[in-house]
Design a binder for this molecule. Structure first.
Ligand SMILES: [Zn+2]
Ligand SMILES: [Zn+2]
Length: 194
């Protein structure tokens, strides 16, 4: 099973590993995570269950719903990893292992983790999601998309808006259309005073 594609086993390993992480995060974000936020219930009910510690339910929970959400989110990474075995089996496996380690790491904010400044600087330079960033997604499910890389956040938010426009029944803020009417009423009351 010698899978040297790029002339060097190290280059092949790195290429397979990075492809699993970068393309896997892309596929998981745009084909699972964002559609779940628009049409799904499983992810919102499990990963964004505010009644429970997210360290507990994202990392150590044995609840079948929580595990199913985690598995479905991992399927895109696994598909890419299987495809990348042709480049480097160990690189693909390493990509999956690093992805899983990052799942555990990005949920440690609730345990009191604070990223040291040097690590923060390296991650910022590489656009890697910090636990503090992912904590933002748990506090506000409309922001901080991308499991591993922050450059997926902006396009993911755009896709979220687009999908909600295409299926308006899923748009969450219909009540906001009521507010301008209230304001007009208040203004006309003021005018009537004269
Ligand atoms: Zn999470
Ligand atoms: Zn989410």
């Amino acid at each position: 099973m010698n899978s040297i594609v790029l002339g060097s086993p190290v280059l092949s390993l790195l290429a397979a590993m990075l492809t699993v992480l970068v393309v896997g995060d892309f596929a998981s974000t745009f084909f699972y995570h964002v559609p779940q936020h628009v049409w799904g219930k499983l992810h919102l009910r499990t990963h964004h269950d505010r009644r429970r510690s997210y360290w507990d339910h994202a990392v150590i929970s044995g609840d079948p719903g929580v595990m199913l959400d985690g598995f479905l989110g991992a399927v895109p990474y696994i598909i890419i990893a299987v495809a990348c075995c042709k480049i480097s089996f160990f690189g693909a496996a390493l990509g999956l292992i690093l992805g899983q380690l990052h799942v555990w790491w990005r949920h440690t904010t609730e345990l009191g983790w604070k990223t040291p400044v040097p690590v923060r600087n390296v991650c910022r330079a590489l656009a890697i999601v910090l636990p503090e960033d992912h904590d933002g997604h748990h506090r506000n499910p409309e922001i901080e998309f991308g499991d591993l890389f922050r450059f997926y956040d902006a396009p993911a938010r755009k896709m979220l808006v687009l999908l909600r426009t295409l299926s308006p029944r899923r748009a969450p803020r219909r009540r906001s259309t009521v507010r301008p009417i209230k304001r007009k009423t208040a203004v006309s009351t003021g005018v009537g005073r004269g």
